[in-house]
Design a binder for this molecule. Structure first.
Ligand SMILES: [Zn+2]
Length: 163
């Protein structure tokens, strides 16, 4: 029994009935949230989000990478979102190693260096500021007047805005 098998059974037994009450892909709050893949972050609970209200983009760190810019471009230009939250968090896995260490590990194991940036960080606030700046400066993202960055404390649930 794998974790996936377990989840397939949970799906059969579970409460998900799709989204018949949300007939459009346009998020109700016209909002996109970029955050980390960390399993401790319950994005819907953090913001009291309801079904159908926001686009949620997650990756390692909650970093605004080229692929997140791609998603935000589509989110704003084709699906009418206008505001962006970038939320990173305390005790992130990406602050436990450096870009160089990880690149060297990959090269030692595979003989290849990645074409993408690792984007590890020491100071989470600096990383949030950098990601917010990438949204604001992207020529592909038209609505950049309401972009805000936050650090979420995974122990206390405190949410601190990074200015
Ligand atoms: Zn993280």
């Amino acid at each position: 029994m794998t974790a996936i098998d377990d989840l397939l059974q949970r799906h059969i037994d579970g409460p998900d009935h799709g989204a018949p009450e949300v007939p459009t892909p346009v998020p109700g709050l016209h909002l996109a949230i970029v955050t980390c893949m960390d399993a401790r972050i319950k994005v819907f609970d953090v913001f009291g989000l309801r079904h159908g209200e926001a686009h949620i983009m997650r990756n390692a760190g909650g970093i605004v990478t080229d692929d997140v810019v791609r998603s935000l471009s589509i989110s704003q230009r084709k699906l009418q979102t206008r505001e962006v939250i970038v939320m990173q968090h305390t005790s992130c896995g990406l602050s436990t190693f450096t870009d160089d260490e990880f690149r060297e590990e990959l090269e030692a194991d595979t003989g290849l260096r990645p074409t993408w940036a690792v984007e590890a960080f020491r100071e989470v606030k600096d990383s949030v500021r950098q990601s917010v700046e990438r949204v604001r400066r992207s020529p592909f993202i038209p609505h950049t007047g309401k972009v805000r960055g936050f650090v979420y404390d995974v122990r206390t649930a405190a949410l601190t805005e990074v200015l």
